[in-house]
Design a protein around this ligand. Structure first.
Ligand code: FAD
Length: 304
């Protein structure tokens, strides 16, 4: 609805308290204890998690140090509690756009800690100003920590299949590729990104088929039922072993679909964000699904 879109667009300028009503659906909480509690619940439902500390596009490099310390603490806590899960990082949180080399060194430190605990770090893909650098960071880290890092690729980017093919060439046989495939969430120009709804789906399936046929691990990250069903058919047709893929969904989005996938016996990883910097993450989610505005208004009315 037009009115929902309008409200979603102005929401970033509204009081934080108002945005929080909407946000708490998508975020486990502000603290590590919240993330631990929700992860244990998700594990009990038969799913694994990937933990994301909220924050991105920092303006001072000192902030990166503090986020690094938080990530290391999360990895240690999750390992000691034997929570089934891994971790996702956004390089812009570690100063990608301020100092690439410093950003690389910080992420490397986090991956080294993950390595110590036999864990895994997924590098989220941000907007197109970050794509080349995020691919580079991944490529460097996968040589040193072959089984400990993965990257996200976005089906809406025209370049994605070429990026995947280039990454196949640049690695050695001891550094297998590991991707999360998603549609892509940032607003990009049509010169670099596919825009049509079905067009993006078609490229998603094309990328997925290429990866599965080339022995590349894929996290199939979508809430689009059509893509879920098509992926299941493809996996069956190609007879892909279970250890080469998993499904992934965002915390708070379509729990019914999540249950359906789990009940069919597929591995499901839930992307679980936590932290004090929930504002940007939430307003992006809201723009993605403006119908949520109705729920916010309803909550406001009920609260009186
Ligand atoms: C685990 C995971 C990790 C991701 N990581 C990245 C990343 O690193 N970089 C990146 O660019 N993007 C990332 N994304 C976001 C992704 O690119 C899409 O923008 C997002 O998943 C919406 O696309 P969709 O495939 O779910 O299809 P859509 O067609 O957008 O949605 C399918 C259905 O799900 C519902 N839905 C979608 N989003 C919401 C929502 N927020 N609330 C309620 N319902 C919703 C829609 O209403 C629709 O009915 C990630 C997504 C997931 C699931």
């Amino acid at each position: 609805m037009m009115i929902n879109r309008l409200i979603a667009a102005v929401l970033p300028y509204m009081p934080k308290r108002l945005v929080w009503i909407f946000s708490k659906k998508y975020i486990s909480g502000e603290n590590l204890a919240d993330a631990i509690r929700e992860s244990e619940k998700i594990n009990a439902e038969g799913c694994v998690v990937t933990i994301d500390i909220l924050g991105e596009f920092i303006s001072r490099l000192e902030e990166a140090e503090s986020f690094k310390i938080q990530y290391i603490e999360v990895i240690e806590q999750f390992s000691s509690r034997k929570i089934k899960g891994n971790f996702s990082v956004k390089p812009s949180m570690f100063g990608l756009l301020l100092d690439k080399e410093a950003c690389y060194r910080i992420i490397r430190e986090i991956v080294a800690v993950a390595d110590k605990y036999n864990s895994f770090i997924r590098i989220d893909m941000e907007d197109s100003t970050c794509t080349d650098d995020e691919i580079n960071i991944y490529n460097r880290l996968r040589e040193e920590f072959p089984k400990r890092v993965g990257l996200v690729v976005q089906a809406y980017m025209r370049r994605t299949l070429d990026d995947v093919k280039n990454l196949m060439k640049s690695g050695t046989t001891t550094s297998p590729l590991n991707f999360r495939l998603c549609k892509g969430i940032y607003i990009e120009d049509k010169s670099i990104a596919f825009k049509g709804y079905q067009e993006v789906r078609d490229h998603f399936m094309e990328d997925l088929e290429f990866m599965l046929k080339n022995n590349i691990f894929v996290g199939i990250a979508t809430h689009d039922r059509y893509l879920v069903e098509q992926s299941m058919l493809l996996i069956r047709r190609l007879n892909i072993p279970k250890e080469m893929y998993e499904f992934q969904m965002l915390y708070g989005v379509n729990p019914k679909l999540r249950k359906y996938i789990v009940e069919k016996g597929y591995t499901m990883r839930v992307y679980l964000p936590f932290g004090t910097q929930w504002f940007n993450y939430s307003t992006r989610r809201l723009k993605e699904n403006p119908n949520m505005v109705w729920h916010i208004l309803k909550a406001l009315i009920i609260r009186g």
